[in-house]
Design a protein around this ligand. Structure first.
Ligand code: AMP
Ligand code: ZN
Length: 470
């Protein structure tokens, strides 16, 4: 299997260190707010990667942190702590906010068929571990105290900027807005391992440490949580592309300085989901969450399908028009799958040859767009329905778009759909159809929202628009 490795800047043959065992680490969410669907694009593609590893026979242990302390407004160690901002916004404690949004994150993941990693560890449960590693970094001469904080000294490394093929755009994402210079730093790239002095001194969560009462920086948590659970060697580390710099660059710096050897062989980065207006944001424009999509009548798995139709290394533009197209395609697929239930037998030779199309796509840097094409190839193939159904179910161990379930539901709803629909709703559906024809998608969206408010959900199917009561 070939995977693009941000570290080597090539598609490398994936080979774990220990035979068929894969250790995998994923940067988890900062639980100060709901995840937006951009965040979830990263988790969907990482889920596909994990499931594909399992599909080809690897025994995977996956670890994820929950960032509940230390992630400041800017990734460059400045600004308010994001958790504190969330707590202030909602007049709750930081721990209440963390609990609420951690649960909300996993609820969204469940709706998107994203499996929960074997180990999920909040940063606040590993403070002793952070202190132990920071102490060792100071002893080894890689960290220093200045102005009350502990900093990592990047000048001690032969090479700090390990991922240096970024485009201007990627680096701009990493640095983010509002970065201020910290005069305590010896070198511009140095970063905070432990804060005791911050101009935001109302930080709610603080712990005793050899350097005074304070709290950890964001970067140290992922290194420590990974090493604690997966040991000194990590096979693959994942995250969104904005995390490559400075977050992952800092993780590598401190982990390798601490361990005294190379740490992680493969770096998998998912490119961003953007809106037509640019970067996705939790504060500007419409806050795109899974719940919002559901309120608008979309099946969350249609969003997963939409993500799979594009390669993870390309940025993807979200619009309702694009999502509607994905919904139509998804429903057409489900309708086709609904015709496959019969008493035929699986043809093993046809199964193997069609499966090869799927694995070939996935082996080539997780090309999910081509893997989706393999689903279409199965449906068009000249073989028994049982073979097709078995293949769709087999691919779904990785794709997890639930086509068989959707096919079953469709068959049920087809028999009850469009019964007892009030005339007012039927009229609105007609108006929406006209608006879509005229490419007035804003109006079409408005009408769909109105229909949803009135308690009805519309879905696009091959047979036309179906409407059901919520
Ligand atoms: P955060 O909760 O901000 O720590 O981010 C959670 C994950 O989402 C990280 O892996 C980020 O790199 C990733 N991420 C942030 N914004 C986007 C986006 N627009 N598209 C895809 N992934 C993103
Ligand atoms: Zn991380």
């Amino acid at each position: 299997m070939k995977l693009y490795n941000t570290l080597t800047r090539t598609k490398d043959e994936f080979k774990p260190r220990f035979e068929n065992k894969v250790s995998m680490y994923t940067c988890g969410p900062t639980v100060y707010h709901y995840a937006h669907i951009g965040n979830l694009r990263s988790y969907i593609m990482e889920d596909v990667l994990e499931k594909y590893f399992r599909y080809v026979g690897y025994d995977v242990t996956r670890v994820m942190n929950i960032t509940d302390v230390g992630h400041l407004s800017s990734d460059g160690d400045t600004g308010d702590d994001k958790m504190l901002k969330g707590a202030k916004r909602e007049h709750k404690t930081v721990m209440e906010i963390a609990k609420f949004y951690t649960d909300a994150f996993f609820a969204d993941c469940a709706k998107l068929n994203i499996k929960t990693p074997e180990v999920v560890e909040p940063a606040t449960s590993c403070i002793d571990e952070f202190i132990r590693v920071i102490t060792s970094l100071i002893e080894k001469g890689y960290a220093y105290e200045a102005g009350g904080n502990i900093y990592f000294d990047t000048s001690k490394l032969d090479k700090y900027y390990v991922f240096n093929d970024f485009t201007e755009e990627d680096l701009a994402v990493g640095v983010r807005e509002g970065v201020e210079e910290d005069s305590n730093k010896k070198n511009k790239a140095d970063f905070v391992l432990w804060f005791t002095k911050s101009k935001f001194d109302d930080q709610e969560l603080k712990w005793d440490s050899p350097w005074g009462v304070g709290y950890p920086g964001w970067h140290i948590e992922c290194s420590c949580i990974s090493m604690k659970n997966l040991g000194e060697y990590l096979d693959i580390h994942c995250g969104g592309i904005d995390n490559a710099f400075p977050h992952h660059t800092n993780e590598i710096a401190q982990s390798e300085a601490y361990l005294g050897h190379e740490w992680c062989n493969y770096w998998f980065h998912v490119h961003h989901l953007n809106t037509t207006g640019g970067k996705m944001s939790k504060s500007k424009g419409e806050f795109l969450t899974v719940s919002l999509l559901e309120e608008k009548g979309y099946n969350p798995l249609v969003y997963r399908f939409f993500c799979l139709q594009s390669h993870y290394r390309k940025s993807l533009v979200f619009s309702y028009e694009n999502l509607d197209n994905a919904a139509v395609a998804y429903n057409k697929l489900a309708a086709k799958v609904a015709t496959l239930f019969d008493n035929s037998a699986v043809d093993k030779a046809a199964f193997d040859s069609l499966k090869a199309g799927f694995t070939e796509a996935m082996d080539n840097d997780l090309n999910t767009a081509l893997a989706v094409t393999a689903v279409y190839d199965v449906l068009k193939a000249d073989t028994t329905n049982a073979t097709k159904l078995a293949l769709i179910e087999d691919f779904d161990k990785v794709l997890s778009i639930g086509l068989v379930d959707a096919a079953k539901k469709l068959a049920e709803s087809n028999s009850s759909a469009n019964d007892d629909i009030p005339e007012e709703i039927t009229k609105l559906i007609e108006e929406r159809k006209e608006a879509r024809k005229a490419k007035n998608f804003a109006l079409a969206d408005e009408i769909r929202d109105k229909i949803a408010e009135m308690g009805y959900v519309i879905t696009e199917t091959r047979e036309g628009t179906k409407v059901t009561k919520k």
